[in-house]
Write a protein that binds this ligand. Structure first.
Ligand SMILES: [Zn+2]
Length: 323
Protein backbone atom coordinates (compact mmCIF):
# COMPACT_ATOMS: atom_id res chain seq x y z
CA UNK A 1 0.00 0.00 0.00
CA UNK A 2 3.01 2.29 -0.24
CA UNK A 3 1.95 5.77 -1.22
CA UNK A 4 -1.77 5.21 -1.66
CA UNK A 5 -4.15 6.66 0.91
CA UNK A 6 -6.38 4.15 2.73
CA UNK A 7 -8.92 4.02 5.53
CA UNK A 8 -8.21 1.46 8.26
CA UNK A 9 -11.46 -0.17 9.38
CA UNK A 10 -11.71 -2.84 12.07
CA UNK A 11 -12.18 -5.51 9.42
CA UNK A 12 -9.41 -4.30 7.12
CA UNK A 13 -7.99 -1.44 5.07
CA UNK A 14 -10.21 0.00 2.35
CA UNK A 15 -10.03 2.56 -0.43
CA UNK A 16 -11.28 5.91 0.98
CA UNK A 17 -13.67 6.07 -2.00
CA UNK A 18 -15.46 2.99 -0.60
CA UNK A 19 -16.16 4.47 2.85
CA UNK A 20 -19.54 6.05 1.99
CA UNK A 21 -21.92 7.99 4.22
CA UNK A 22 -20.13 8.35 7.55
CA UNK A 23 -20.98 9.42 11.09
CA UNK A 24 -17.77 11.05 12.19
CA UNK A 25 -17.84 10.62 16.00
CA UNK A 26 -19.91 8.01 17.83
CA UNK A 27 -19.68 5.63 20.77
CA UNK A 28 -21.28 2.29 19.98
CA UNK A 29 -19.89 0.36 22.95
CA UNK A 30 -18.91 1.67 26.39
CA UNK A 31 -18.32 -1.15 28.86
CA UNK A 32 -18.31 -0.63 32.61
CA UNK A 33 -15.50 1.77 33.45
CA UNK A 34 -14.47 4.65 35.74
CA UNK A 35 -16.77 6.89 33.70
CA UNK A 36 -19.83 4.64 33.81
CA UNK A 37 -19.30 4.15 37.55
CA UNK A 38 -19.88 7.88 37.99
CA UNK A 39 -22.29 8.35 35.04
CA UNK A 40 -24.29 5.14 34.50
CA UNK A 41 -26.15 6.73 31.56
CA UNK A 42 -22.92 6.27 29.53
CA UNK A 43 -23.05 2.47 29.85
CA UNK A 44 -23.58 1.08 26.32
CA UNK A 45 -22.65 -2.57 26.73
CA UNK A 46 -24.73 -4.48 24.21
CA UNK A 47 -23.89 -5.47 20.64
CA UNK A 48 -27.59 -6.28 20.05
CA UNK A 49 -28.69 -2.82 21.17
CA UNK A 50 -26.11 -1.08 18.97
CA UNK A 51 -27.13 -3.14 15.93
CA UNK A 52 -30.79 -2.29 16.52
CA UNK A 53 -30.06 1.40 17.14
CA UNK A 54 -28.07 1.67 13.90
CA UNK A 55 -30.69 -0.01 11.67
CA UNK A 56 -32.88 3.09 11.04
CA UNK A 57 -29.79 5.15 10.18
CA UNK A 58 -28.62 2.42 7.81
CA UNK A 59 -32.04 2.51 6.16
CA UNK A 60 -31.32 6.21 5.48
CA UNK A 61 -27.98 5.39 3.86
CA UNK A 62 -25.43 5.16 6.70
CA UNK A 63 -22.40 3.10 5.59
CA UNK A 64 -19.64 3.91 8.07
CA UNK A 65 -19.17 4.93 11.70
CA UNK A 66 -16.14 6.35 13.47
CA UNK A 67 -16.06 5.18 17.09
CA UNK A 68 -14.38 7.56 19.51
CA UNK A 69 -13.67 5.43 22.60
CA UNK A 70 -10.04 5.70 23.76
CA UNK A 71 -8.03 3.14 25.74
CA UNK A 72 -9.04 1.90 29.18
CA UNK A 73 -12.33 3.80 29.30
CA UNK A 74 -14.73 0.97 28.42
CA UNK A 75 -13.53 0.41 24.85
CA UNK A 76 -14.24 -3.13 23.60
CA UNK A 77 -12.69 -3.92 20.24
CA UNK A 78 -14.16 -7.42 19.95
CA UNK A 79 -17.69 -6.11 20.52
CA UNK A 80 -17.10 -3.38 17.92
CA UNK A 81 -15.83 -5.93 15.40
CA UNK A 82 -18.96 -7.99 16.03
CA UNK A 83 -21.11 -4.90 15.34
CA UNK A 84 -19.18 -4.35 12.10
CA UNK A 85 -19.85 -7.93 11.00
CA UNK A 86 -23.52 -7.89 12.03
CA UNK A 87 -24.36 -4.53 10.45
CA UNK A 88 -22.06 -4.57 7.44
CA UNK A 89 -20.96 -1.04 8.37
CA UNK A 90 -17.36 0.10 8.01
CA UNK A 91 -16.30 0.75 11.61
CA UNK A 92 -13.20 2.79 12.38
CA UNK A 93 -12.02 2.44 15.98
CA UNK A 94 -9.33 4.35 17.80
CA UNK A 95 -6.32 3.91 19.89
CA UNK A 96 -5.65 6.89 22.10
CA UNK A 97 -6.16 8.44 25.50
CA UNK A 98 -9.07 10.24 27.11
CA UNK A 99 -9.35 13.33 29.29
CA UNK A 100 -7.94 12.70 32.77
CA UNK A 101 -11.38 12.88 34.41
CA UNK A 102 -12.25 9.60 32.67
CA UNK A 103 -9.45 7.77 34.49
CA UNK A 104 -8.91 6.96 38.15
CA UNK A 105 -6.21 8.92 39.99
CA UNK A 106 -2.61 7.89 39.23
CA UNK A 107 -3.65 6.24 35.97
CA UNK A 108 -0.70 5.01 33.86
CA UNK A 109 -1.52 7.44 31.02
CA UNK A 110 -0.24 10.23 33.27
CA UNK A 111 2.80 8.35 34.57
CA UNK A 112 4.69 6.81 31.63
CA UNK A 113 6.91 8.67 29.20
CA UNK A 114 6.06 10.26 25.87
CA UNK A 115 8.03 7.65 23.90
CA UNK A 116 6.30 4.85 25.80
CA UNK A 117 2.88 6.41 25.12
CA UNK A 118 3.74 6.74 21.42
CA UNK A 119 4.81 3.08 21.39
CA UNK A 120 1.43 2.04 22.83
CA UNK A 121 -0.39 3.97 20.07
CA UNK A 122 1.80 2.66 17.26
CA UNK A 123 1.35 -0.94 18.47
CA UNK A 124 -2.43 -0.64 18.23
CA UNK A 125 -2.24 1.04 14.81
CA UNK A 126 0.28 -1.30 13.23
CA UNK A 127 -0.34 -4.63 14.99
CA UNK A 128 -3.76 -4.66 16.67
CA UNK A 129 -5.98 -3.18 19.37
CA UNK A 130 -5.69 -4.86 22.77
CA UNK A 131 -8.64 -7.12 23.63
CA UNK A 132 -8.08 -6.10 27.28
CA UNK A 133 -8.37 -2.38 26.46
CA UNK A 134 -4.85 -1.67 27.78
CA UNK A 135 -6.17 -2.22 31.30
CA UNK A 136 -3.94 -5.15 32.27
CA UNK A 137 -0.19 -5.85 32.62
CA UNK A 138 -0.38 -8.00 29.49
CA UNK A 139 -1.57 -7.09 25.99
CA UNK A 140 -3.71 -9.45 23.95
CA UNK A 141 -3.43 -8.21 20.37
CA UNK A 142 -6.49 -8.70 18.20
CA UNK A 143 -6.32 -8.69 14.39
CA UNK A 144 -8.33 -5.44 14.48
CA UNK A 145 -6.09 -2.42 13.98
CA UNK A 146 -6.78 1.15 15.09
CA UNK A 147 -7.85 3.50 12.31
CA UNK A 148 -7.44 6.72 14.22
CA UNK A 149 -5.93 8.23 17.34
CA UNK A 150 -8.27 9.84 19.87
CA UNK A 151 -6.88 12.46 22.20
CA UNK A 152 -8.54 14.90 24.61
CA UNK A 153 -7.56 18.45 25.41
CA UNK A 154 -8.65 20.62 28.34
CA UNK A 155 -10.32 24.01 28.51
CA UNK A 156 -8.38 26.47 26.31
CA UNK A 157 -5.97 23.81 25.03
CA UNK A 158 -3.75 20.97 26.24
CA UNK A 159 -3.03 21.18 29.99
CA UNK A 160 0.36 20.26 31.50
CA UNK A 161 -1.05 16.73 31.99
CA UNK A 162 -2.28 16.59 28.37
CA UNK A 163 0.89 17.90 26.74
CA UNK A 164 3.07 14.75 26.80
CA UNK A 165 0.08 12.79 25.52
CA UNK A 166 -0.42 15.19 22.59
CA UNK A 167 3.30 14.94 21.79
CA UNK A 168 3.01 11.13 21.77
CA UNK A 169 -0.02 11.36 19.47
CA UNK A 170 1.84 13.64 17.05
CA UNK A 171 4.81 11.25 17.11
CA UNK A 172 2.55 8.30 16.30
CA UNK A 173 0.92 10.22 13.44
CA UNK A 174 4.28 11.23 12.00
CA UNK A 175 5.35 7.59 12.12
CA UNK A 176 2.20 5.91 10.76
CA UNK A 177 0.14 8.55 8.91
CA UNK A 178 -2.83 7.69 11.16
CA UNK A 179 -5.57 10.36 11.40
CA UNK A 180 -6.34 12.06 14.73
CA UNK A 181 -9.69 12.90 16.34
CA UNK A 182 -9.41 15.30 19.25
CA UNK A 183 -11.82 16.24 22.04
CA UNK A 184 -12.08 20.02 22.45
CA UNK A 185 -13.29 20.76 25.98
CA UNK A 186 -16.42 22.91 25.72
CA UNK A 187 -15.39 23.35 22.08
CA UNK A 188 -12.30 25.36 23.06
CA UNK A 189 -8.57 24.94 22.57
CA UNK A 190 -8.62 23.74 18.96
CA UNK A 191 -5.97 26.22 17.83
CA UNK A 192 -3.64 25.29 20.69
CA UNK A 193 -4.15 21.58 19.98
CA UNK A 194 -3.28 21.85 16.28
CA UNK A 195 -0.26 24.06 17.04
CA UNK A 196 1.10 21.56 19.59
CA UNK A 197 0.50 18.57 17.34
CA UNK A 198 2.14 20.26 14.35
CA UNK A 199 5.14 21.31 16.44
CA UNK A 200 5.80 17.63 17.08
CA UNK A 201 5.31 16.24 13.59
CA UNK A 202 1.52 16.16 13.29
CA UNK A 203 -0.25 17.03 10.04
CA UNK A 204 -3.30 19.34 10.20
CA UNK A 205 -4.79 17.68 7.11
CA UNK A 206 -5.19 14.51 9.19
CA UNK A 207 -6.72 16.14 12.28
CA UNK A 208 -10.43 16.42 13.10
CA UNK A 209 -11.44 18.69 16.01
CA UNK A 210 -14.54 17.49 17.90
CA UNK A 211 -17.28 19.50 19.60
CA UNK A 212 -16.10 22.87 18.27
CA UNK A 213 -19.72 23.73 17.38
CA UNK A 214 -20.25 24.31 21.11
CA UNK A 215 -18.63 27.70 20.41
CA UNK A 216 -20.91 29.58 18.01
CA UNK A 217 -18.36 32.22 16.98
CA UNK A 218 -17.70 32.79 13.30
CA UNK A 219 -14.24 34.26 13.90
CA UNK A 220 -13.14 31.24 15.99
CA UNK A 221 -14.28 28.84 13.28
CA UNK A 222 -12.50 30.80 10.57
CA UNK A 223 -9.31 30.63 12.64
CA UNK A 224 -9.76 26.89 13.15
CA UNK A 225 -10.28 26.39 9.41
CA UNK A 226 -7.15 28.41 8.67
CA UNK A 227 -5.07 25.75 10.47
CA UNK A 228 -5.93 23.21 7.78
CA UNK A 229 -7.69 20.92 10.24
CA UNK A 230 -11.20 19.53 9.72
CA UNK A 231 -13.98 20.53 12.13
CA UNK A 232 -16.23 17.81 13.55
CA UNK A 233 -19.66 19.23 14.48
CA UNK A 234 -21.62 16.94 16.82
CA UNK A 235 -23.94 19.18 18.85
CA UNK A 236 -26.79 19.38 16.33
CA UNK A 237 -29.48 17.82 18.56
CA UNK A 238 -28.50 19.54 21.81
CA UNK A 239 -29.86 23.08 21.33
CA UNK A 240 -33.31 22.64 22.86
CA UNK A 241 -35.43 25.73 22.21
CA UNK A 242 -32.39 27.96 21.46
CA UNK A 243 -31.35 28.73 17.88
CA UNK A 244 -29.53 25.70 16.48
CA UNK A 245 -25.88 26.79 16.69
CA UNK A 246 -24.66 23.86 14.61
CA UNK A 247 -26.98 24.89 11.78
CA UNK A 248 -25.88 28.54 12.17
CA UNK A 249 -22.23 27.52 11.81
CA UNK A 250 -23.00 25.35 8.77
CA UNK A 251 -24.74 28.32 7.12
CA UNK A 252 -21.69 30.51 7.79
CA UNK A 253 -19.36 27.80 6.47
CA UNK A 254 -21.44 27.56 3.29
CA UNK A 255 -21.13 31.33 2.81
CA UNK A 256 -17.38 31.09 3.41
CA UNK A 257 -16.96 28.19 0.98
CA UNK A 258 -15.70 26.01 3.82
CA UNK A 259 -18.12 23.06 3.69
CA UNK A 260 -15.35 20.83 2.40
CA UNK A 261 -13.68 21.01 5.83
CA UNK A 262 -16.52 19.91 8.12
CA UNK A 263 -17.69 16.45 9.15
CA UNK A 264 -20.79 15.56 11.17
CA UNK A 265 -21.33 13.20 14.08
CA UNK A 266 -23.63 12.84 17.07
CA UNK A 267 -21.32 11.75 19.90
CA UNK A 268 -24.49 10.12 21.24
CA UNK A 269 -22.71 8.37 24.11
CA UNK A 270 -25.71 8.09 26.42
CA UNK A 271 -28.55 5.61 26.76
CA UNK A 272 -30.85 8.63 26.90
CA UNK A 273 -29.99 9.45 23.26
CA UNK A 274 -30.76 5.96 21.94
CA UNK A 275 -34.22 4.91 20.75
CA UNK A 276 -33.64 1.30 21.84
CA UNK A 277 -33.42 2.60 25.40
CA UNK A 278 -36.51 4.81 25.05
CA UNK A 279 -34.33 7.88 24.45
CA UNK A 280 -34.20 10.60 21.86
CA UNK A 281 -33.30 11.63 19.13
CA UNK A 282 -31.98 8.18 18.06
CA UNK A 283 -29.15 7.43 15.69
CA UNK A 284 -31.22 8.30 12.60
CA UNK A 285 -31.27 11.99 13.64
CA UNK A 286 -28.41 13.19 11.45
CA UNK A 287 -29.52 11.60 8.18
CA UNK A 288 -33.22 12.14 8.89
CA UNK A 289 -34.50 15.25 10.74
CA UNK A 290 -31.20 17.15 10.75
CA UNK A 291 -30.53 16.57 7.03
CA UNK A 292 -34.01 18.03 6.43
CA UNK A 293 -33.04 21.11 8.48
CA UNK A 294 -29.86 21.48 6.41
CA UNK A 295 -31.92 21.39 3.21
CA UNK A 296 -34.23 24.07 4.66
CA UNK A 297 -31.31 26.47 5.10
CA UNK A 298 -30.31 25.92 1.48
CA UNK A 299 -27.66 23.19 1.54
CA UNK A 300 -28.09 21.14 -1.63
CA UNK A 301 -27.44 17.41 -2.11
CA UNK A 302 -23.89 18.07 -3.29
CA UNK A 303 -23.11 19.97 -0.08
CA UNK A 304 -24.70 17.31 2.10
CA UNK A 305 -22.81 14.54 0.31
CA UNK A 306 -19.60 16.47 0.88
CA UNK A 307 -20.27 16.60 4.65
CA UNK A 308 -21.17 12.93 4.94
CA UNK A 309 -19.01 11.25 2.28
CA UNK A 310 -16.11 13.18 0.72
CA UNK A 311 -14.90 14.96 3.87
CA UNK A 312 -14.75 11.91 6.17
CA UNK A 313 -13.06 9.92 3.39
CA UNK A 314 -10.36 12.59 3.23
CA UNK A 315 -9.72 13.37 6.90
CA UNK A 316 -9.91 9.74 8.11
CA UNK A 317 -7.52 8.47 5.44
CA UNK A 318 -4.01 7.39 6.38
CA UNK A 319 -1.37 9.42 4.64
CA UNK A 320 1.67 7.16 4.59
CA UNK A 321 4.68 9.25 5.60
CA UNK A 322 7.31 9.87 2.97
CA UNK A 323 9.99 7.18 3.13
ZN1 LIG B 1 -17.07 11.37 22.12
Amino acid sequence: MTGAAFVRTLLGDIDPADLGVTYAHEHLIIQASWTTLHHPDHLLDSVEDAVAELAPAQALGLRAVVDGMPADTGRDVLALAEIARRTGLHLIAPTGFHHERHYPPRHWTGRIGTDELAGVLIGEIEVGIDALDLSAPVVRRTPHRAGLIKVAGSLGGPSPRDTPIFIAVATAQARTGCPILTHCEQGTGGLEQVALLERHGGNAAGIALSHVDKVVDRGYHRELLATGATLEYDQSFRWGTAENGTLRLLAWAAEDGALDRIVLGMDAARRGYWRVHGGTPGMEWLLGPFAARMREIGLDETAIARLFVANPARVYAFRPPAA
